[in-house]
Each structure stands twice: as C-alpha cells, then as structure tokens.
Write a protein that binds this ligand. Structure first.
Ligand SMILES: CC(C)(COP(=O)(O)OP(=O)(O)OC[C@H]1O[C@@H](n2cnc3c(N)ncnc32)[C@H](O)[C@@H]1OP(=O)(O)O)[C@@H](O)C(=O)NCCC(=O)NCCS
Length: 246
C-alpha cells in the first residue's frame, strides 16, 4: 500500500508550522484528539505551558497524519523506535517527524523517505559558554569554523549548526547514541545547509539533504531528508490546513 495521495505527491515533503494557540477552547480541541498514553504524558508535565505545547503538537500531528492517510486523527496509531522516534506502521508509507521550541511546532511529512526536523529558539549564551557548548556537541571542524566567525554572527551560526545537526540526528532516530562529533554540517548561517562529512556512515553523504526552513525572528529550523532524489519542499502555515484537494 502506498500513502501517495492527491494531497502528497511522492516527491514532496510538506512542513506544517503551528504557533501554539493560547486560547483554552482551541487547546481543548487539540487535546481531545490525543490517545490515552498521550493524555497521561501531557498530564505529567509540571508546567501548563509544556502541557499545552505537547498537546497542541500531538493534536496537530494527528490531524496532519489523519488528513494524508484519509482517516480520523483519533484513528492514527503511533509506534516508537528504540530511541523514542514516533512513526507509523511501515505499510502506511508515510514518514514524519516533529519538533517544538518556544511556542512553535514544526511537522514534516512525506512518503519519499525518512525525515528529521528541528526548530530552536535562539538564546544568546556568552562567547565563552557558546564555544564551550560547541566543543561539547560539535565536531572539531565545526568548532573551528564557528570560532573564526565575527562575534556578531556567532549566535546565528551556533543555532544554524545546532539545528542542522539535530535534524540529521532525528532523521536517523538514534538520539544521542549517534556520535555528534563524528559528522559535520555547514556552519555559516548564510550558506546553504549541507552535510559535509559522515565518517561514521560514508554513504550518507550521497543520501542526505539538509534544508534550512523559514522561521520566525529569533528562531532557526532545519529539515533533513534521507533520499538521493531532490525533493520539493512545501512549507505551510497552520492557517492553510487542511489544503484544498488537487
Ligand atoms: C529527543 C531528541 C530526539 C530531540 O529532542 P529535542 O531537540 O529536545 O526536542 P524536539 O522538539 O526537536 O523533538 C522532540 C520530538 O521529536 C520526536 N522524537 C522523539 N524521539 C526521537 C528520536 N529518537 N528521533 C527523532 N525524533 C524523535 C518526538 O515527536 C518528540 O516530540 P513529542 O514527544 O512531544 O512528540 C534527541 O535528539 C535529543 O535528546 N537531543 C538532545 C539535544 C542535543 O543535545 N542535541 C545536540 C545538537 S548538536
């Protein structure tokens, strides 16, 4: 069975972006779509803001997957990989990933290949702690590239590198078991996102593409796809959901 529908041609990746709503009625609508285990997880969050972000993200995810699969949001059955990556049964043919940061949720869906997505809010750690963090999480080349940039561009570059790396990690679904220092991405925020070295899995250089995504001021976001083919990326705001039938 293939998941290719009029709504999602096989060579496209759709990224939906949602600003988590503040009003209780909309939040309740999202929450009403959650499965029992998701409700239990939502209710374990100490802070209401985290509970709302999680519920809105999962509710929106169920709406998106249900739409492409032609089933109700409540009928979507999620499975989890060894390191927690949520997925659908293989025979559904759809791959997806989601990320949330601050009040933003990013959802990527495609039938072409595995995907990983990351959105981060730009925080401004001082130069010293920024480079310390980079030494902890980035490769030697990435740290050198970051340190060589003007101070004024370093925060943007730090998060460009972070989101590109994190999207790649999430593509593989292995969490931090994937050796962070053993692959490298482009660091310059004004240059295209690119995987530059993957000594741990050389074939990935041909297979993986990174795409910087449009993000609100103060945020960076990146998508990773695991396909040798170039895919068409469509980024859409939640206000355009559901899209009209072709
Ligand atoms: C959990 C992890 C997948 C990402 O966490 P994160 O960046 O804090 O959070 P994000 O919002 O981007 O992603 C979380 C979502 O990804 C999905 N996810 C969970 N485990 C995942 C995995 N192993 N692989 C891919 N996606 C995963 C889930 O949908 C999750 O949200 P939900 O449970 O609310 O539905 C993992 O990569 C991690 O722990 N990262 C640590 C961050 C870090 O140190 N990064 C170094 C960057 S250089």
């Amino acid at each position: 069975m293939t998941a290719t529908t009029n709504h999602l041609p096989q060579d496209e990746v759709h990224v939906w972006t949602l600003a988590v709503p503040g009003d209780p009625d909309t939040l309740a609508t999202f929450r009403a779509l959650l499965a029992g285990d998701e409700l239990a997880r939502a209710d374990r969050f100490v802070f209401a803001r985290d509970r709302h972000n999680f519920s809105a993200a999962r509710g929106a995810l169920r709406m998106v997957l249900g739409f492409y699969l032609g089933i109700t949001p409540q009928a979507v059955v999620l499975h989890y990989g060894r390191h927690g990556k949520p997925n659908l049964a293989k025979e559904c043919g759809l791959r997806f990933n989601l990320s949330h940061a601050g009040s933003w949720v990013y959802l990527a869906v495609t039938s072409a290949c595995e995907v990983g997505i990351d959105v981060e809010r730009l925080r401004a750690p001082g130069r010293h702690s920024r480079l310390d963090l980079a030494r902890r999480f980035f490769s030697v080349d990435e740290v050198a590239h970051l340190a060589a940039l003007d101070e004024a561009r370093q925060v943007e570059a730090f998060f460009a590198c972070w989101t590109r790396k994190e999207a790649y990690i999430k593509l593989h679904g292995r969490g931090l078991t994937l050796p962070l220092a053993q692959f490298a991405v482009s660091v310059d925020p004004d240059q295209p996102a690119r995987l530059e070295a993957t000594p741990w899995l050389p074939s990935d250089l041909q297979r993986t593409r990174l795409y910087d995504l449009t993000a609100a001021p103060g945020y960076r976001a990146c998508l990773a796809t695991g396909s040798t083919r170039a895919l068409t990326l469509q980024q859409r705001p939640w206000s355009a959901f559901p899209p009209p039938a072709n």
